[in-house]
Write a protein that binds this ligand. Structure first.
Ligand code: AMP
Length: 121
């Protein structure tokens, strides 16, 4: 499967579509989900062109992988949903058709600010 340069997150990364930014560094962008499923619902994406977590782990540099992983904890703290300064949160990545992945650019959902509920509906 080839990376689709016209997916919505690629457009956000190119600045063609606005987003409500939460965090940005050299390798990572985070912004609020446009259709929040919980009180706090943000997305964390790599800036590189990776379709899903498997593609990312196979093809991204160690630097990119560390940056994304660390950014998740940093953002959770920034939003006061971490264990350290909140009540915890859920980080979730849908990978492929069976998981219902809609946007073919790797993204982690961070849900928090309230009890998140059952892991799988
Ligand atoms: P997934 O089903 O895991 O691929 O999730 C895709 C997510 O992207 C959904 O939660 C959408 O609400 C979200 N989404 C789609 N378009 C945008 C956008 N322009 N800005 C922010 N979030 C978006």
């Amino acid at each position: 499967m080839q990376y689709d340069n016209n997916n919505v997150f690629a457009k956000i990364l190119r600045g063609e579509i606005p987003c409500k930014k939460v965090y940005e560094d050299n390798h990572v962008l985070s912004f609020y989900d446009v259709n929040p499923q919980k009180k706090i619902h943000v997305l964390v994406i790599p800036k590189g062109k990776y379709i899903n977590l498997d593609d990312f782990n196979e093809n991204a540099s160690d630097e990119e992988i560390v940056a994304l992983s660390k950014a998740i904890s940093h953002i959770a703290k920034k939003l006061s949903i971490s264990i350290k300064n909140g009540e915890g949160y859920r980080a979730l990545a849908n990978i492929g058709v069976n998981a219902g992945q809609e946007v073919p650019h790797l993204h982690f959902h961070l849900f928090g600010g309230e009890k998140i509920g059952k892991m799988v509906e």
